[in-house]
Design a protein around this ligand. Structure first.
Ligand SMILES: Cc1cc2nc3c(=O)[nH]c(=O)nc-3n(C[C@H](O)[C@H](O)[C@H](O)COP(=O)(O)OP(=O)(O)OC[C@H]3O[C@@H](n4cnc5c(N)ncnc54)[C@H](O)[C@@H]3O)c2cc1C
Length: 239
């Protein structure tokens, strides 16, 4: 048995310790590691695959653990969709799991964008809904290592309503603490009355031009990269 708790060749079971609501239809799921000293030990920007038998079918989905270097457990932020009636809706199944009793099969890690500090001058992030979790994983790592990382981030994050915004408190705190390095713009389908801070509607070319100080030239020269992930993506897109 290798010393990493998770392995990409085989599914292993992890016990659910806790389930905490953190936003509208979003839970933090805390899973147990084998010892109080153990960490999940994933590369930055990696995700895992989670499997369950739903309605007689082995069903898998990708999720992004959200913190690094935590001992004894790891956390997933997962949005569920109560209005989705499909028995194969994985996140609705997760919402039925009982902390302290149920376990879940997982394997990994898988890296779509292995983040390296200072590899790019600027990184743009376009995220929708739960697509913020892989982005937050990178940002959370940057926060812990900011003295050695001068990458500038432009994040545009789209949601249906204000209540749907995942990790808002954490994202706002990051942007307020490092205003020269971390820039965040939220856009909503339904803006609150007396709104002063959110954009309205989808992420358009105009929104990107206005809130992402990254030129085509900089991307061509490999100085910058733009990552895209929304809740219907199968993987990161880069452009
Ligand atoms: C690299 C990567 C990392 C990811 N990390 C995370 C993460 O950390 N957290 C997270 O939450 N997700 C994450 N995802 C997304 C995750 O993998 C799943 O796609 C997500 O949980 C949805 O799967 P599901 O089976 O629950 O829902 P699905 O069955 O795929 O459907 C979800 C969709 O249901 C729609 N819907 C479908 N039918 C109906 C209906 N009849 N009525 C109304 N609405 C309907 C909803 O609008 C929504 O778009 C990640 C994806 C990738 C690729």
């Amino acid at each position: 048995m290798d010393k990493n708790p998770i392995n990409s060749n085989e599914f292993r079971k992890f016990r659910l310790l806790d389930k905490i609501p953190v936003a509208s239809n979003v839970n933090l799921y805390r899973f147990q590691l084998n010892g109080a000293d153990q960490t999940l030990n994933l590369p930055i920007g990696a995700h895992i695959r989670v499997r369950a038998n739903l309605n007689g079918e082995d069903t898998e989905r990708s999720y992004s653990p959200i913190a690094y270097g935590v001992h004894g457990h790891f956390d997933l932020y997962i949005k569920h969709y109560p209005q989705n009636p499909s028995p194969l809706c994985f996140s609705n199944y997760l919402n039925t799991l009982i902390p302290g009793k149920d376990s879940l099969e997982m394997k990994g890690p898988y890296s779509l964008f292995p983040y390296q500090p200072n590899q790019y001058k600027k990184i743009g992030m376009l995220a929708g809904g739960s697509g913020i979790t892989p982005m937050w994983q990178i940002l959370n790592f940057v926060r812990q290592n900011i003295q050695n990382d001068s990458t500038e981030f432009f994040i545009i994050y789209a949601n249906k309503t204000e209540e749907d915004i995942m990790l808002k408190k954490e994202l706002d705190a990051l942007a307020q603490t490092y205003p020269k390095q971390i820039h965040i713009f939220y856009t909503l389908e339904h803006i609150p009355v007396n709104n002063t801070s959110y954009g309205q509607g989808y992420i358009t070319k105009e929104v990107i031009q206005q809130h992402m100080n990254i030129s085509a030239e900089e991307c061509k020269n490999n100085e910058c990269i733009i990552l895209v992930l929304h809740n219907k993506s199968k993987a990161y897109t880069e452009f």
